[in-house]
Design a protein around this ligand. Structure first.
Ligand SMILES: *Cc1c(COP(=O)(O)O)cnc(C)c1O
Length: 466
């Protein structure tokens, strides 16, 4: 056949729609997506014929191509991924995982009308943030609280509300970039507050803050260094010292804790200093932290502190632009309720549970994965890859605890027939995608962040890729 005959042999959109398969598709797929897939497949066939890459196309081939297109088109863009990196608070993979139990509260509230801004007892308008206020003050010891869209918004709205056109004193050692576009000097200038930097990069003293205070000073700000550390000849002013100075000069002290932890993790050898409660006890007037880092909740920014300042922030018009949705509040309430009992929090909040896991359990899970792989691969087990369980270390992620290496266990896979890079790529492109890392020419599946419910899909993904 020449090109003209080949082109003429391609079915029309209408013919496909009227075929048995086409009629069946119309009952299950959205018409718009179906038409798009049919046109794309016919067009690809036409292009291939014109280029001379293609002989006659059978109707079966066209139909199965359309089926593949439809399956891809109907897959959600935002979807679950298996996190085999061992990084618990992985910002690119959605930070904190929420438990089914917590999501049940979100589902119930969101799939129905709720008392979001309504006082049922009084029959009048209520306050959106009242549902988490008591929990937050009870857990943290602060006088009052607010929740906004994320911690960046929390810092921004606090600076705007408390320090617009006035000076905020910050140590040069704390003018950090957290990642993405959050840099303290930039946030400061967009908020309208004036940055007054003091001290040197490595050392700042109380006298540096004191010398910078003038009649236009609105705040003394401390920022957690999050994902970086200074070592050697360094010194920083503690929140206690800053509070003492603030009290003496009548200036409020704000602390952006970033990853703020509500639990003292020192018994686990994890020194996060200070915890949210310690910061409040030290007398900080305003404290901000993320909802989805160490707290293990939904994306959000928590603002706690002195009632009078919180009231001032709550009245700022920007609060409306950064306000949170009912689903976020429902998730926050469920997570915060877990914190009323610390042991319950460590067990029920996936972020804490994965971070504080006993290494023995992580190793045991790795063992289960390897024996499942051995069983599934059968006689091919030894021929397709070398698979070992190794001790390794992982980080918490989320800009928290960069100096702490957590002991973990990994399933190390050295494929025999494909390169380790090809294996990594196949896993990443699978359904569900499996994100792992490569080290010393082996693909590492860190079992700290693999949940028991994911083991089946993980094993299947690895077997297919090998
Ligand atoms: C992570 C972090 C932020 C930003 O918090 P988001 O919740 O990501 O907006 C701000 N400040 C510090 C110190 C942080 O660690």
């Amino acid at each position: 056949m020449d090109k003209q005959q080949l082109l003429a042999s391609l079915p029309s959109v209408d013919e496909i729609l009227k075929s048995d398969k086409g009629l069946q598709w119309q009952t299950v797929y959205p018409r718009r997506s179906l038409l798009k897939a049919i046109r794309e497949v016919i067009d690809q066939g036409r292009q291939a014929i014109l280029k001379g890459d293609l002989g006659e196309l059978s109707l079966e081939e066209i139909i199965s191509d359309i089926q593949r297109h439809m399956e891809k088109a109907l897959e959600f863009n935002l979807k679950p991924v298996i996190n085999a990196t061992g990084i618990v608070i992985h910002t690119n993979l959605g930070r904190s995982v929420l438990s089914e139990e917590i999501m049940e509260n979100v589902r119930k509230t969101a799939c129905s009308y709720s008392n979001l801004e309504y006082e049922v007892e009084e029959g009048r308008r209520g306050k959106r943030y009242s549902h988490v206020r008591k929990l937050l003050t009870e857990i943290t010891g602060a006088e009052d609280s607010l929740i906004v869209n994320n911690n960046a918004a929390a810092v921004f709205v606090c600076l705007t509300a408390l320090a617009k056109s006035r000076e905020v004193v910050v140590s040069r050692g704390e003018l950090v970039e957290i990642g993405g576009s959050f840099r303290i000097p930039d946030v400061m200038s967009s908020s309208g507050a004036l940055l007054r930097e003091v001290g040197a990069t490595n050392k700042t003293h109380v006298r540096d803050y004191e010398a910078a205070i003038n009649e236009n000073t609105a705040l003394l700000l401390k920022v957690h260094q999050s994902n970086y550390r200074m070592v050697g000849f360094t010194s920083a002013v503690s929140v206690n010292e800053l509070v003492a100075l603030g009290r003496k000069r009548g200036i409020p002290v704000m602390f952006d804790l970033g990853s703020g932890s509500l639990i003292d993790l020192k018994p686990y050898g994890i020194h996060i200093e200070p915890t949210v409660q310690e910061t409040v006890r030290a007398g900080a007037d305003i404290v901000t932290f993320s909802g989805d880092k160490l707290l293990g909740g939904p994306q959000g920014g928590v603002i706690i502190g002195k009632a009078e300042l919180i009231e001032k922030i709550a009245k700022n018009p920007l609060m409306r632009a950064v306000r949170v949705d009912k689903m976020t509040l429902a998730a926050f309430e469920a997570v915060l309720r877990c914190y009323l009992d610390e042991d319950k929090a460590k067990e029920k909040i996936p972020t804490l549970n994965m971070l504080l896991q006993d290494p023995g359990k992580i190793k045991e899970r790795a063992g289960r994965i390897v024996s499942r792989l051995r069983k599934k691969l059968g006689p091919a087990f030894t021929g397709s890859a070398r698979i070992d369980i190794l001790e390794d270390s992982s980080q918490s992620g989320g800009g928290a605890l960069p100096e702490i290496e957590f002991t973990t266990y990994v399933v190390a896979i050295r494929p025999a027939r494909i390169s380790v890079n090809a294996l990594e790529e196949r896993l990443r492109r699978g359904t569900p995608p499996i994100v792992a890392r490569i080290k010393d020419n082996a693909l590492l599946i860190d079992t700290r962040t693999i949940r028991d419910t994911e083991i089946d899909a993980l094993v299947k993904g690895i077997v297919n890729a090998l």
